[in-house]
Design a protein around this ligand. Sequence first.
Ligand code: AGP
Length: 606
Amino acid sequence: MCGIIGINSNKPVSANIINSLKKLEYRGYDSAGMATLYNGLINEVKSEGRVENLEKNSLVQNMEGTIGIGHVRWATHGLPNSINAHPHSSQNVSVVHNGIIENSTILKKFLIGKGHKFKSQTDTEVIVHLITENLKTENIVNSIQKTLKSLHGSFALGIIFKDQPDLIVGARRGSPLAVGYGPNENYLGSDSYALKSMTNKITYLNDGEFCIIKKDYVEFFSEEGTKINKKVLELSSTEEKYDKGDYKHFMVKEIEEQPNTIKNGINEYIDMSNKDINIYNFPWRSDEISSITLIGCGTAYHSCLMAKYWFEEITSLDVNIDIASEFRYRKNRFKKDTLYVFVSQSGETADTYAALDLCKQSGVKTCAVVNVVESSIARDSEFVLPIHCGIEIGVASTKAFLGQILILYILALKLALLRKDIEKSNFDKKIDDLKNLPKLVEKTLLIDNKIQSISNTFNEAKGSMFLGRGFSYPIALEGALKLKELSYIHAEGYPAGEMKHGPLALIEEGMPVVVLAPRDNYYKKTISNMQEVIARGAKVLLITNKSKDEVISENIWEKIEVESTNEDLLPFLLTIPLQKLAYYSALKKGYDIDKPRNLAKSVTVE
Ligand code: AGP
């Protein structure tokens, strides 16, 4: 997952390229680079690490040129260093790329045979030399079309040419790409977020399309090379101002924003006075849906798993879930009466988007649950349920997770009511309980000091387990993922009842184990599982909810009690201490909390 920017202007572009790359850093941050056209030459500068390293380079500070491209990288082929950073250039062509060229090895052999010299270990470099080779016999449009046809795999490309000093070419297959329109300049970008500081007029390319961007107009072409017209969308606002404010990191800001984001989600969909749920323009009658399949990756997959429990509990629908990278290669039996729901914060995750594309090709019902409403997954689904959490910058998803499960819970309630799977009185009670959720989240956020001290034990351990049953099991998985991706310590989420079937062998003296045991139907069983790990030396952090009943607390290392509420809503509250545990663990280790190593916010490659 990388970020691309291109600017064709009547004034110098280097400063705007650098600013746009900073907005794209969430897509990849192991190296960065840019290239401009000036005095008939391609000037290329690249650096390892963050965009600020590139910005500090004196060559960038004095970079001339009114046409340029830039790139932030998340390495797929080749080490994250300045040689492998993009752009990749020959004397005549410079290219930035997001995606994976699957036939790069064969193409490289062919091009070396033609005398081309390679400098990097990347797949991208074959594109540079392929275009250079095709330009020997074809004009720009034909050489681009011919090159794209030879590439297998996915790409979003930005290309500039030494001998074409007035244009930038963009091309898309499988990785998102947008064109933006400004005063006497036009833009190319991986997504609208990179362009929003310059324009809110955007055109999205579809797979197979390419474009030629001049500073005063843009031409679009189909895969076959014929000219096509494309819509210009006007986005809601040119840019959502978003910074850390008084917080040390975006992640902790986003954790603390959760009472508001939950409130936003509730206000968007729930009519409290009439105790009803408004999902406007839902395109299907409830009797057209007899099953639901939920698909996502990472935290979004955990949202799908959480929703499965709610849908099964509240509706009579059959519910399936799948990890997107598995679903897309499975021998799926697509059903007309199944609603396929794609959960994705960014709306750009390649595996989830590929799963959506498969469903679209099969003509089945598709619905997106996303945070970015201009994203590819939102645009290409039949129906969108936005989660209204505002921009989430921290790579480790927090407010978006609670936003996703909230909207999925609301969808389950709505479908249950429409299908008469739930009594109106029970429905009304659940709506009332939801009204109090933001306040309960706010109170739960106050559990802070204890978690800071507890996090030391997790940091000193060589690994930990997170256990839960029923509604708590998806939260156990999410808590383990947060700790893994932020503190780089092994942590495993597991069904509490499954420990005796193998993983109990992992338990040793002093091993920290989080046990999620709210007083729900699974409480007693989970407490027995807790005793099993304590008996083998585990240091148990019990997370439960406040109750007048005495907690079975002998031999427990630590206990955290969240507020009590309707059992359906306890997962929201149980999540918060786990988000904070991961945050404080990483804080103590001094790791980069908003941009953990090896990760990126939007995984736009498979
Ligand atoms: C979550 O903390 C991770 N950053 C990651 O698992 C993420 O949830 C996953 O990559 C899916 O991203 P999406 O929601 O944007 O599709």
